[in-house]
Design a protein around this ligand. Structure first.
Ligand code: 0X9
Ligand code: ZN
Length: 350
């Protein structure tokens, strides 16, 4: 065979194996596995090195990396600008909650040079995205049991998993309605606050940074919730502002595909939960902190099992809400020393 023909064969072979290794497919279809997400995050950083930087913020229990992707101009520099945190996949089976924050980051990177609004937001803020808080759980849902929720902690006696969204340190385990002390249940809170490396990684990132707003993506039910989750009592100080922003985000979402997202205080409109990330972030910093439960609205609509074709429309409706929160966070930004409500000082500074 001529040299050129061989080259074509080798190219086809390599392209084929590349597909197997790095692009979505297999059991998880268009949804990312841990390795696919890692590859795509690193590829984004390589393509847009001036505005995307990937950080390894800690290891999961099974020693996978937990990645954070920072998006900002001067991305290597810690600037005095509004910082926003987007989280996905505390719960393993909620695959769409990986896609939305990652694809929001990808959208920002890809549109920075061509969209003046995107450029302004990226220039004036520092957006941190951790699309996969629970990598061990996600892999377990792909390869073993699609309905798994928790991480993969071996609790002994044949029981596995801590619910990472019950393991944060504010009002942790304050009652057994909002979480469970029983390792066999799907809302097991773990043996102690922040007992899990995955929540420790988020805690440590949070304490190193100066986040002024947060969205933690989940599914399903089409709701936007804010603290408190542990009680139906109103959160101090920021209740009105959190409600007003939630209403605006809900309207922006509805304008895209017509889907209605209910909004309100999580302990009231859903059920009480203790030890979730939004209560902890709010207690610590007084920042607007949201849980967004992505579609579908109910079990009949597919529950945790979104279709591959659902990713794009759900991203499209999530985008304007996230961009709105980023914009609001920029508008409301005051440097730390001037912050009117900063409980961090009480907890962590002498
Ligand atoms: O229960 C949860 O952790 C979240 N719902 S899910 O179905 N995705 O598991 C909701 C958390 C909302 N936060 C509070 N209610 N505090
Ligand atoms: Zn969830």
């Amino acid at each position: 065979m001529r040299k050129k023909t061989w080259a074509v064969f080798i190219w086809i072979f390599l392209a084929g194996s590349g597909t197997l290794l790095f692009s979505q497919g297999g059991l998880n279809g268009a949804y990312h596995s841990y390795l696919e997400l890692e590859a795509d995050m690193l590829a984004l950083q390589q393509r847009y090195p001036h505005i995307v930087k990937v950080f390894d913020i800690g290891d999961s229990l099974e020693k996978r990396n937990i990645y954070a992707m920072k998006i900002s101009d001067n991305v290597a520099v810690d600037e005095d600008q509004a910082e926003i945190l987007l989280l996905g996949c505390h719960h393993a089976r909620e695959w769409i909650s990986v896609e939305v924050p990652f694809l929001i980051g990808k959208y920002l990177a890809e549109n920075y040079a061509v969209n003046a609004d995107v450029k302004r937001l990226v220039d004036q803020s520092q957006i941190w995205i951790v699309p996969l808080v629970n990598p061990d759980g996600l892999e377990y849902t792909i390869h073993v049991y699609r309905y798994w929720r928790k991480n993969r902690r071996d609790n002994g006696k044949g029981d596995f998993g801590v619910d990472l969204n019950r393991n944060y340190g504010y009002k942790w385990g304050v009652d057994n309605a909002g979480s469970s002390p029983n390792p066999a249940t799907y809302v097991y809170r773990g043996p102690a606050p922040f007992s899990e490396p995955e929540t420790q990684a988020i805690r440590d990132l949070f304490l190193r940074k100066n986040f002024r707003s947060l969205i933690s993506y989940h599914s399903f039910s089409q709701t936007i919730m804010y603290p408190w989750g542990y009680t139906d009592k109103l959160a101090p100080d920021k209740e009105a502002q959190m409600r007003e922003i939630a209403a605006a985000m809900s309207a922006k979402i509805q304008a895209v595909n017509g889907r209605l997202y209910e909004y309100g205080q999580s302990g009231k409109i859903l059920y009480v939960t203790n030890g979730d990330v939004t209560d902890w972030a709010y207690a610590l910093s007084g920042i607007p902190a949201y849980t967004i439960e992505l579609p579908p609205i109910d079990e009949i609509g597919g529950g945790f099992f979104n279709r591959e074709e659902d990713i794009t429309p759900i991203l499209q409706e999530s985008l304007p809400a996230a961009l709105y929160l980023i914009d609001r966070t920029i508008q409301d930004y005051r440097p730390l020393t001037q912050a009117p409500f900063d409980l961090r000082a009480l907890f962590f500074r002498k």
